[in-house]
Design a protein around this ligand. Sequence first.
Ligand code: HEM
Length: 191
Amino acid sequence: MDTYRTVLFLHFVALFIGFGAAAILGLSLFRLRAAQTGADAMPWGVLAGNVEKAFPVAILGLFLTGAYMTSDVWTWSTGWIDVAIVSLVVIAAQGVLVAGRRAKELEHALEANGPGPLSERARQLTCDRALWIVSFANPGIVLGVVWVMTQKPGTAEAIVAVVVGYIVGALAALQFAKVPVGEVEVVAASS
Ligand code: HEM
């Protein structure tokens, strides 16, 4: 058995853990945004809170397995590897400092709301722009790094790939980080 290839396999496992968690988080965000009451929203809030615990495992897994392969065959001054390391730091920082904080605020708002109709504050937080942008931009960055890892381009091209991934993810998030259209019509009709 080739150790390098086994570690590469584990690199993929860490990637799948991250993507799986991001997909469940995305689904939870859509369900939270559609919720009318605290009772509707709570299970999705709890699921999102639980699934986010997978991200440190994925990030650490990608870094440690990547570090092994880098030391074994590549060098730490390889451009596309350095871009991947910086991308992982950006993903972790955005996840903890932006999305994590906003998600905590939402969690508190849902607890204060109870099972009844959602308060204006809780509704706003389910559509929080920063939370949605990070939740979509981080997978966008990861796709950019997958491109980088498979193509192994020069540093400039690697940076462009990651930035494009970020922008595409953020633009997609902006389409969804608002109260659903049907809801706007209902609110407008009742006012
Ligand atoms: C978001 C983070 C990352 C993602 C999505 C990612 C993804 C991937 C993928 C898909 C491959 C397979 C490429 C192929 O076989 O053609 C790969 C390989 C590799 N990755 Fe990563 N990776 C990430 C982070 C890192 C980091 C931080 C390092 C270094 C510390 C690293 C080092 C490597 C190395 C050395 C290979 C082996 C390349 C080869 O032998 O072809 N990766 N990565």
